[in-house]
Design a protein around this ligand. Sequence first.
Ligand SMILES: Nc1ncnc2c1ncn2[C@@H]1O[C@H](COP(=O)(O)OP(=O)(O)OP(=O)(O)O)[C@@H](O)[C@H]1O
Length: 634
Amino acid sequence: KVNCHGVTFYVQNKCSFPIWPAVAPNSGLPVLASGGFYLPCGDTRRIDVPWGWSGRIWARTGCDFTSNWNQACETGDCDGRLECNGLIGKPPATLIQIAVQADKSKLNFYDVSLVDGYNLPVAVNSKPISSKCTILGCHKDLKTTCPDELQVLNEEGRVVACKSACLAFDNDRFCCRNAERFERSEDYANIQSYLNKDSSSRAKNLRANTIKGSKSVVLSLDDHEEITDEFRGVKVWWQSKTHQIESRSNPYQPKTEESRFYILKCHIRDRKVITNEYIDHVKEEGKKMELKKRERKLYSNNPSHSWSGYKQTKWSHVTFEHPATFETLAMDNKMKEDIKNDLTKFRNSQDYYKKIGKAWKRGYLLYGPPGTGKSTMVAAIANFLDYDIYDLELTTVKDNTELKRLLIETAGKSIIVIEDIDCSLDLTGQRKQKNEEEEDEDEISMIEKQMKKGQGEDKGSQVTLSGLLNFIDGLWSACGGERIIVFTTNFIDKLDPALIRKGRMDKHIEMSYCGFEAFKVLAKNYLNVEDDDLFQEIKRLLEIEEIKMTPADVGENLLMKKENEAKEICLTRLIDALKEEKEEPKRRIEVDEKKKKEEEEIKRKKREEKKMKKEEKGGPPVISKVKSRGGWFK
Ligand SMILES: Nc1ncnc2c1ncn2[C@@H]1O[C@H](COP(=O)(O)OP(=O)(O)OP(=O)(O)O)[C@@H](O)[C@H]1O
């Protein structure tokens, strides 16, 4: 309702349950109605909106402000507070957007928007009624028709809101990020990175920005600054420009937008080189730099019960900051170079994969005993390629459908890792059968096995081998592109051959015990020594005596135990440990034999006890049954 002080809004609750409406102004404008209030079923609350105010109103549902939780409402929550005080609500929630003009002669705007999803039916009408101000709203309860992927469930499993596809899937198509505009801004970022490469030494004035998702402060050319560049003997001039444009399309947004762009100048005679080659070169180089700059992420999959509701994500992430590189990785140098070449070839082969009609992905199988650096290798690969990592814990994935849904939420330029694949799934059908036959002899362990089996079937993951194979090379695996899939295992023999055949796991890498070359890398990492008199003895022990020690154990011995511990002490400690390791197999055999004897003794005693019990019960004592002339007697 329009009056001389402004516009009055009446918020009425027509639901059969209470709601908690909330009001958030656009930036710099006053908070109205304390930002939020309680509204029982059937009640109305008046809000006076001054001229020039714009912002949003939405309703929260299922609130409980008695505890100190960060989230008090099932939908539309604003940091667990009753009075939002300028905070906007957590989507999804049906929004009313309002823009009251400062100039009374101009039209005011309102609308009901589902851009942030839906939680309640909402309608707005105007007084005085005018042909230009129609009743706007969404009267239907969309929660009843909300697709599974968009549903938000409360703790009782009831649908309380429906996400927008943008919120659920976060991709350009659903988020209406205009394709042309998006590409242009990506190009701008790439050109900016290219020009920033050494503009700090060439430009007089620079701008410094902190950008979300970027590792460090980003320096760029200041407005109207000009720098030169050279490409194949051709000189070009770049100038950074800004331009203010009036945006009339959306009355709820600020009136002007800043547009940034670069002007590229060259001699007319060089135009062909510039348009045919230079611009592509700049974009390509800039893209590589952008990739290097961005903060990388380590994702882990959430159990499916938290895919809907408040958490609403299939993957959680932290910043990936593992320091491992191929330089610090202890392994044979030739193998290292071979892996690096393979990765580089993969990264640069987009066109090749397209040409041969294969999805742009590659499988790596890392196998070897614990502590030989399989996880470290994954980190080194991620750092080498500047990729994100998706660490997939298969045991929390319920079935093949869930596995597929997780896969389609992974982005390109990433490594998907399944560690200890042999422990994640029962991929060992044949072996298991054989083991069972062996165990048949042992009555007790068989019963235990049955019990375990029963429990496992109820609770465990039902992802199957075929589901996993589909994950690796089914149709869905092609979406996203530029992905490396890594399996790690301590027992390669346990894996089904179908899983690790070439084409699926293209490269099999054995991570093994520490050789002398690998030791030298560790000595450099841990002690910063490249040579020492003690190296010869270590070489002898590793190469001639063939003593097996994992890089993890070698590293542990080289690690300084005290501040400034002498390098010789650390190297001597390693030599002692290697010598001890030499005796280890002999010692292990002795221990094993002793253990075996003890076990046999226990079994023998058990058999005796069993026999005694049977005799006590009066059953026929088996051993003392003797055949005599004329018949059997005890
Ligand atoms: N080849 C290696 N190069 C450098 N460091 C290594 C290497 N192998 C092991 N390490 C060190 O040992 C630790 C354990 O290694 P890592 O977790 O990578 O081994 P893994 O083979 O994945 O073991 P697991 O099979 O038990 O998961 C790492 O923190 C790393 O510091």
